[in-house]
Design a protein around this ligand. Structure first.
Ligand SMILES: Cc1cc2nc3c(=O)[nH]c(=O)nc-3n(C[C@H](O)[C@H](O)[C@H](O)COP(=O)(O)OP(=O)(O)OC[C@H]3O[C@@H](n4cnc5c(N)ncnc54)[C@H](O)[C@@H]3O)c2cc1C
Length: 399
């Protein structure tokens, strides 16, 4: 039995463990399926990481190392090569360990399993099935953790921020991308970052996508939607993140179809009140620093809850994503006054209009926005009119 079991030893999980230990919670365990702590930053061999947490600009591996050292120094129980395979009602976990299967009971469980990029299957890319089709995370694990270059002249798909991380990784390891392909009419990453491929002299094909991968054994070429064929020896699929929510989906917990992560209230509390969630599992995706701060904030609520200091889950207000809004997190608000915290939203398409939160009674919050997909949008609950007896709030963008 532990007080709090944290599933996932990335920035969110480690920040939560540090906060719980600082709040005097005796038995805090991190269960991590890999052989080391640190999460995704372990293989992001570039800055910027850690400026707010450690007051200096670190690379991903340097940041991961500091997080792991802090967890150890704080007396967190660190269970490596422990993959959680099932969540049971009330905080029971099934775990696969190097010694075989086991179970662990916790008073509270924090899910902090992160997010992953959409694989080829989810992108419906046709053609042959050769070697050399990877996501950024896999590329970085190859080059930074194993010293292997899986290809030398790939085509890169996507222009989100992580696509730039992919290009930087390629360039620093002698890999020369031959083209970048983007489904939209302009780069997803903010200006001027979106100019990065062109600055490297890499042609960018907008309003395009890979129709077919060609290759027997290894990738030899790709055919684009307009019929053009590009010779290459790999395909690097970047971005289009999905929460790593397999555990939650296979469990009794409610999962939000819009965000892809577990449905939570403003305290990060799931539909079973023994479970909480934080970090990129909640929504794809934020920075490591954001995930760290979110892990710490949710852990403070868990510490309150263990002392009986969190409002009981019960009568809640549902937040519904309306027109133009891809998702809203949290999906529920415990009815407390005053409401505190922030709503996090993303949009489905480039959009300008009035962002509104409304109940049957009227508009509780409004402001003008002009934004694009993958941009962070926050609504401060403190600036919203009290919802009164409303059971449901609609969050929408009215053009
Ligand atoms: C290629 C790339 C480049 C990036 N570059 C930057 C950057 O430059 N700066 C920045 O701030 N952010 C960057 N990010 C984002 C940053 O890495 C994430 O925001 C951060 O890692 C999220 O932290 P997390 O704790 O939510 O999840 P993660 O870091 O993903 O950690 C989740 C952990 O959960 C573990 N886990 C999952 N399932 C289980 C299970 N069933 N049992 C046990 N353990 C499990 C995983 O092994 C992993 O260690 C980048 C991300 C990527 C993919």
């Amino acid at each position: 039995m532990v007080d709090v079991a944290i599933i996932g030893g990335g920035p969110a999980g480690i920040a939560a463990a540090l906060t719980l230990k600082a709040r005097g919670v005796p038995r805090v365990a991190i269960l991590e399926r890999e052989g080391v702590l640190g999460g995704v930053p372990r293989h992001c061999g570039h800055p910027p990481f850690g400026v707010r947490e450690f007051g200096r600009l670190l690379t991903g591996p340097g940041y991961a190392h500091r997080l792991a050292a802090a967890a150890e120094a704080a007396g967190v129980e660190i269970l490596l090569r422990h993959s959680v395979t099932a969540l049971k009602p009330g905080g029971g976990l099934e775990v696969a360990t190097p010694e075989g299967r086991t179970t662990l009971q916790a008073l509270r469980v924090l899910l902090a399993t992160g997010a992953r990029e959409a694989p080829r299957s989810a992108r419906l890319v046709g053609g042959d099935r050769p070697l050399g089709v990877l996501n950024t995370g896999a590329l970085q694990a190859y080059v930074h953790l194993q010293g292997l270059a899986p290809f030398t002249h790939p085509v890169v798909v996507g222009t989100e921020l992580v696509g730039l991380s992919a290009l930087a990784t390629c360039r620093s390891h002698g890999i020369r991308p031959v083209a970048v392909v983007e489904a939209g009419s302009r780069a997803v990453a903010r200006w001027p970052l979106g100019l990065f491929p062109r600055l490297l002299g890499i042609p960018v094909h907008y309003n395009s996508g890979i129709e077919e991968i060609i290759g027997h054994g290894r990738v030899e070429a790709v055919r684009l939607r307009d019929g053009r064929e590009i010779a290459c020896d790999g395909v690097l699929l970047t971005g289009r993140f999905l929460p790593e929510a397999s555990l939650a989906r296979l469990s009794h917990l409610a999962v939000d179809a819009r965000s892809g992560g577990p449905a939570v209230d403003q305290y990060g509390r799931c539909s079973d009140d023994a479970y909480f969630a934080a970090g990129n599992l909640l929504r794809p995706i934020e920075t490591a620093g954001w995930s760290f701060r979110e892990g710490a904030a949710i852990a403070a609520y868990i510490a309150d809850d263990l002392m009986g200091g969190l409002p009981a889950a019960g009568e809640e207000i549902a937040l519904v994503a309306g027109d133009g809004v891809k998702f809203v997190v949290p999906q529920l608000l415990s009815r407390v006054a005053p409401l505190r915290g922030k709503l996090q939203l993303r949009v489905e398409r480039p959009i300008s209009g009035q962002l509104r939160v409304s109940s049957e009674e009227g508009v509780l919050y409004k402001r003008r926005i002009s934004t694009r997909p993958e941009r962070r949008i926050l609504v401060d609950l403190g600036e919203m009119k009290p919802p009164g007896e409303a059971k449901r709030l609609l969050v929408e963008i009215v053009s």
